[in-house]
Write a protein that binds this ligand. Structure first.
Ligand SMILES: Nc1nc2c(ncn2[C@@H]2O[C@H](COP(=O)(O)OP(=O)(O)OP(=O)(O)O)[C@@H](O)[C@H]2O)c(=O)[nH]1
Ligand SMILES: [Mg+2]
Length: 347
């Protein structure tokens, strides 16, 4: 993930499975970015931000966001896969399979995933041919060539790239190709209300495949959740309880995206703004400061850190200080999920 580029997820799937319904649910319909249809910004629900916002009563509350791309449906046997337009550089893919309109969501999953593997394989072949030609003239790129050959051989055995072991160096080499089967994937099973607590057809097969691939399955009732979202906030809780929903699917979906991508959040608070920031696990305090502004990274002195849980438990930053739970951290401190941070810096 680059410094200030918002995370981008592509929503893919067969026709009429609920891609647009999910997109609408995530982005709240009207929130299209850059005026282009099919691109929208989804605020990531986070009850920690809600609580911090109640504590600080800021002028502005800013959630972390995902940029979502609603794609055209994939039609098998189409030739050029149009459904991949605009998602080549996506950080993750969400494939929607329809538990409502289809009695074969597992088949839907594999139809699309097989196509993605085919597209990757084509990319790989083209690049390999070119490298092999170059190889005959100049003796460079040996490392890349052997990596691509190894990758192709594994793909011929039916493997998707995400299940392959790569060194960091290999990953760096492969990154430029944006292989689709290397992207983190979340499978959204669009279930209707009847299936909310129960099972859906093909559940066992989907779960098994997801486990092999190391990807997450999230059941979401797109239609019902959209109806819940239309209610005034104070009525949503009771309605969800009636449906036996403890947590909205979009909340679980957002969490799945974070987990799959190895992301965590830190927070900044104050009377002007309470805000969530998204960083990779393992990010240092100084790098985290750079998310906010490059000046803060450059002139970094220290980070004043309070954990979200201490802050909420004790009720105020002053009480956290009294309890000795307020920390001063240096530039190499590794940020934890839920850190509430204030950066001190020189300009
Ligand atoms: N009953 C029910 N209907 C749903 C649900 N989700 C979607 N639908 C309906 O199914 C139809 C297709 O939904 P869309 O969200 O447009 O599906 P899509 O995948 O974007 O469809 P295409 O873009 O045409 O491929 C619409 O009529 C939706 O109202 C659901 O959870 N329950
Ligand atoms: Mg659609």
């Amino acid at each position: 993930m680059e410094a200030d580029r918002p995370l981008k997820v592509g929503i893919i799937g067969l026709p009429q499975v609920g891609k647009t319904s999910l997109f609408r649910l995530l982005t709240g319909n009207g929130a299209t970015a850059k005026g282009r249809a099919g691109i929208g910004v989804a605020p990531i629900p986070d009850d920690r931000i809600d609580l911090l916002s109640k504590m600080y009563r800021p002028k502005k509350t800013t959630y972390a966001t995902l940029t979502c791309i609603d794609t055209e449906a994939f039609s098998p046997g189409e030739g050029v896969p149009r459904f991949l337009n605009g998602i080549q550089d996506a950080d993750a893919l969400i494939q929607v399979v329809g538990g409502v309109v289809s009695d074969d969501p597992a088949g839907q999953l594999m139809a699309v995933q097989d196509e993605l593997a085919l597209v990757d394989w084509g990319l790989l072949e083209t690049r390999l041919e070119r490298l092999q030609k170059e190889q005959r003239r100049v003796s460079t790129n040996g490392q890349e060539l052997s990596l691509l050959e190894r990758t192709r051989d594994a793909m011929e055995g039916g493997r998707h790239l995400r299940t392959m072991e790569f060194t960091d160096e290999d990953r760096r080499l492969l990154q430029g190709y944006s292989f689709y089967t290397m992207k983190p994937l979340i499978i959204v099973v669009n279930v209707d209300d009847g299936a909310l607590q129960g099972q859906y057809p093909g559940e066992e097969e989907i779960t098994r495949w997801a486990h092999e691939q190391g990807v997450t399955v999230v059941p979401v009732a797109a239609q019902i959740e959209w109806e819940v979202a239309q209610l005034p906030p104070e009525e949503q809780g009771a309605f969800m309880k009636d449906l036996g929903l403890s947590e909205l699917g979009i909340v679980r979906l957002a969490r799945a995206v974070y987990t799959q991508l190895g992301l965590i959040s830190f927070f900044t608070v104050g009377e002007d703004e309470v805000r969530a920031w998204t960083i990779k696990q393992g990010t240092t305090a100084r790098q985290a400061a750079g998310k906010i502004h490059s000046d803060i990274e450059r002139g970094f002195i220290r980070a004043e850190v309070v954990s979200y849980h201490d802050l909420v438990k004790l009720g105020s930053a002053a009480k956290v200080k009294e309890a000795g739970l307020f920390r001063l951290e240096g530039k190499d401190y590794v940020m934890a999920d839920g850190d509430v941070v204030s950066f001190r810096f020189n300009v």
